[in-house]
Design a protein around this ligand. Structure first.
Ligand SMILES: Cc1cc2nc3c(=O)[nH]c(=O)nc-3n(C[C@H](O)[C@H](O)[C@H](O)COP(=O)(O)OP(=O)(O)OC[C@H]3O[C@@H](n4cnc5c(N)ncnc54)[C@H](O)[C@@H]3O)c2cc1C
Length: 299
């Protein structure tokens, strides 16, 4: 039977759920608090035309069966294959956008509470109600999922909240000219300095701070973090001077203690999924989503 399904989160887990559940004949709608799809696979553009992949940059596939799932995206020009991994010429968020193409989605809508009577209703920050739905899939980091379900199911909320997410600072450096002497990727003082491969102008480097440094400096102001990490990475930058420096704090970047099962569910049509159920990669988010789709099944 066709179900009306709300999917909260337009990262890769939510996008996979929406795309596959729609293919199976269900009526889906996607909600995301952000301005577009991608989640931790997002890119950021600056006024100078630089593009930064400030979240995930490559999909490493450890299970050969998953390659078949990505091949259509390669054929559509959304992904490209590089050895055993996939990248994107325009940033990995393009994969989520492609999966969600043509499906109803509502952005800038943060779902903070779920309510179940005969069916589900989802409430956003402005207390606006969305629904009714037969099924709700929460494809969001654990802190957001726990917040949404706590009033409905405290036990489920505490299981979700038992997964801790570690933060990660990233700094984005824009340069007016290509930096021919800077390698595509290097480690400096424990931080990763990598070139933003989807950038179309000048040069764009992303400094991904080490986990330890990120935890130690998590509450520092973004502009101070930008300055400090740029100074720490001077050995690789040399005399090159960035035309802009911006820092982004991923407060919930990577799961410290993944759940160890592909998803959580209650007996009333609520599903919770995401990378943190199985690990801390796009592949784990994908596998988690596919497991939810398998459990919901065909219309
Ligand atoms: C800096 C960094 C680098 C990384 N590099 C890699 C890499 O190279 N390769 C790799 O495999 N993985 C990498 N990862 C991990 C990878 O990005 C994640 O595993 C994956 O993107 C998680 O996808 P997801 O759909 O589970 O969650 P998310 O991408 O976090 O998606 C969740 C979505 O839910 C939305 N949301 C949250 N709460 C609400 C709410 N209450 N209401 C509505 N919407 C909500 C968010 O806006 C977001 O769009 C990296 C992560 C970071 C932070």
């Amino acid at each position: 039977m066709m179900k009306s399904i709300a999917i909260v989160g337009a990262g890769i887990a939510g996008a996979v759920c929406a795309s596959q559940l729609a293919t199976l004949g269900h009526a889906v709608i996607v909600f995301d608090k952000g301005r577009g799809p991608g989640g931790r696979m997002s890119s950021r553009r600056t006024d100078s035309g630089h593009r930064f992949d400030h979240g995930a940059t490559r999909i490493d596939v450890t299970q050969p069966a998953l390659q078949e799932l990505f091949d259509p995206a390669v054929a559509a020009g959304v992904l490209r294959r590089v050895d055993d991994a996939y990248t994107s010429p325009t940033g990995l968020h393009a994969l989520c956008k492609w999966l969600l193409d043509g499906l109803p989605a509502q952005y800038a809508t943060k779902i903070i509470r779920l309510e179940r009577t005969a069916s589900w209703n989802a409430f956003d920050e402005k207390s606006q109600s969305h629904g009714p739905f037969d099924v709700v899939v929460l494809a969001v980091p654990p802190v957001n999922a726990a917040e949404a379900v706590v009033e409905q199911n405290t036990e489920l909320a505490s299981t979700i909240a038992s997964v801790r997410m570690q933060p990660r600072w990233v700094v984005m450096l824009a340069f007016s000219e290509p930096l021919n002497r800077v390698p595509d990727q290097s480690i400096v003082n424990g931080h990763t300095v990598r070139r933003s491969t989807s950038n179309p102008v000048g040069d764009a480097l992303v400094i991904e701070a080490s986990q330890y440094w990120s935890i130690q400096h998590i509450e520092m102001a973004a502009n101070a973090v930008g300055k400090l990490l740029t100074e720490l990475c001077l050995p690789v930058l040399g005399s090159a001077t960035p035309i802009s420096i911006a820092a982004h704090r991923w407060r919930f970047a990577l799961a410290d203690n993944p759940l160890g099962r592909p998803f959580l569910t209650d007996q009333y049509g609520l599903f919770v999924c995401g990378d943190w159920c199985l690990g801390h990669s796009i592949e784990s988010a994908w596998l988690s989503a596919v497991a939810v789709v398998g459990s919901i099944g065909r219309a």
